[in-house]
Design a protein around this ligand. Structure first.
Ligand code: NAP
Length: 247
């Protein structure tokens, strides 16, 4: 089967590896935000498609038989475009959705907000804040006097002089997260509801240190897209589908 993975995540990379090992013809698509992305099995293409219409045309031009949306839960535009493009072309779409942290055992102890602006307003009550919201969202937090911002690469807009940039790529351990929060003297941690276990160590660390956690909620996802929570489940579904179509 010729499969397009909309990637940019660990799940996308893991799925590419599983599908290539299973003999599928896999193309992973990246937005091109990061200058040195991690190695991905199979073919890789980089850059936007030009909206849902561009994606639909690209799917047909490239003979794609299945699309897996393995993008980050907060990459909402590309996920919406995938839904539209797959509806238009009749190509089936599967989504890998990291389980939300709403069901995390500590979720009830956090401050949940609907937007980054709301998160910034809550964070302003604390003297030192660790921001783990990704570099594209940092503009919402510029009014904070003292913040450390963790990200993979620096954003285009220079950060406020009083901020501390931390250029790091996870995964992190609870111990390393505790050390970081302690070294920074952080009183609050801001995160998106990225979900899953890959970036969850900071939540345990903040809890153990008594640090306030502020979480930006996810937007609603289209309900009619079949979803799985892990690359292994996606590979299984695709395997079953391939068997059924060929048999
Ligand atoms: P977005 O707001 O949903 O997408 C904006 C535009 O970027 C899309 O309309 C599309 O352009 C292009 N694009 C996004 N993902 C693409 C992909 N995988 N392949 C080709 N084009 C893509 O996305 P975003 O939040 O900027 O995230 C960009 C990428 O970074 C995603 O692939 C995502 O998986 C990854 N990522 C995002 C986050 C996050 O917090 N948002 C965190 C970790 C990783 P066209 O309309 O021109 O096709």
């Amino acid at each position: 089967m010729k499969i397009l993975i909309l990637g940019g995540t660990r799940e996308g990379r893991d799925l590419a590896e599983l599908l290539v090992a299973g003999g599928h013809d896999v193309i992973t698509s990246l937005a091109g935000r990061v200058t040195r992305p991690a190695h991905i099995a199979g073919e890789v293409r980089v850059g936007g498609f030009g909206g849902a219409e561009g994606l639909a045309a690209w799917l047909l031009d490239n003979g794609i038989e299945r699309v897996v949306d393995a993008t980050h839960p907060f990459a909402e535009k590309i996920s919406a475009n995938a839904v539209t493009a797959c509806q238009r072309t009749g190509i089936s779409l599967l989504r890998i959705a990291r389980p939300s942290w709403e069901s995390h055992p500590l979720a009830g102890t956090w401050t949940w907000v609907d937007s980054h602006d709301a998160a910034a307003a809550v964070a302003a009550q604390y003297r030192k804040v660790l921001l783990t919201v990704g570099r594209q969202q940092l503009d919402h937090y510029r009014s904070l006097q003292s913040a450390a911002a963790r990200m993979v690469e620096l954003p285009e807009n220079p950060l406020p002089d009083s901020w501390q940039p931390l250029l790091e790529r996870g995964p992190f351990t609870v111990e390393s997260e505790k050390k970081l929060l302690r070294d920074l003297g952080a009183e609050a941690l801001v995160t998106k509801d990225s979900g899953g276990s890959l970036t969850a160590a900071k939540l345990t660390a903040a809890d153990e240190l008594g640090i306030r956690v502020i979480v930006v909620r996810r937007a609603e996802v289209p309900e009619d897209v079949p979803q799985v929570s892990a690359p292994e489940d996606a590979a299984r579904q695709l395997g079953i589908a391939a068997h059924q179509t060929s048999g």
